[in-house]
Write a protein that binds this ligand. Structure first.
Ligand SMILES: [Zn+2]
Length: 149
């Protein structure tokens, strides 16, 4: 029996909502997924990487589409050694200037200092309208991550 999470992180890894907005968004997500095992928010001191767990399907260059997984492991180690303070990279395939946050994660992943999440939401997915309302509530564009462990 596996567990799943529906996670929402700010599109900008360094942005965080106010605690009041986070509390409102938590209540909103709980209303969208009333049968979830838990709905929580977490504020992190440092940027963390949010990965989709077993859903991980690789990572590609956003400019040319080349498979970057081998290079990515090393680039992540380097960035982690720097507490993810600098995510800027040049891809090895075509030299595209981008960010680790803006690579083409086949199954969405990303960096952030805030997460709103529902454990075992039991709804499959939120609708685009619900996603829009959560982003509006937090006052931040969001990235959605489907985690399976
Ligand atoms: Zn490339």
């Amino acid at each position: 029996m596996s567990d799943s999470w529906l996670q929402f992180i700010p599109a900008d890894p360094w942005q965080r909502p106010s605690p009041e907005a986070a509390a409102r968004a938590r209540a909103l997500l709980a209303s969208f997924a009333p049968a979830a095992d838990a709905v929580d928010v977490a504020f992190k001191n440092e940027v963390e990487f949010f990965a989709p767990g077993e859903n991980w399907s690789g990572v590609a260059c956003p400019a040319c589409g080349a498979d970057l997984e081998d290079w990515w492991n090393e680039a992540m180690n380097t960035a982690y050694g720097n507490a993810f303070e600098d995510l800027a990279v040049a891809t090895p395939c075509c030299g595209a200037a981008t960010s680790l946050n803006d690579l083409n994660y086949v199954w969405p992943a990303g960096f952030g200092r805030f997460v709103l999440e529902a454990m075992n939401p039991d709804i499959g997915d939120t609708t685009p309208e619900q996603d829009r309302r959560l982003a509006e509530c937090l006052g931040l564009p969001l990235r959605k991550i489907h985690v399976r462990i």
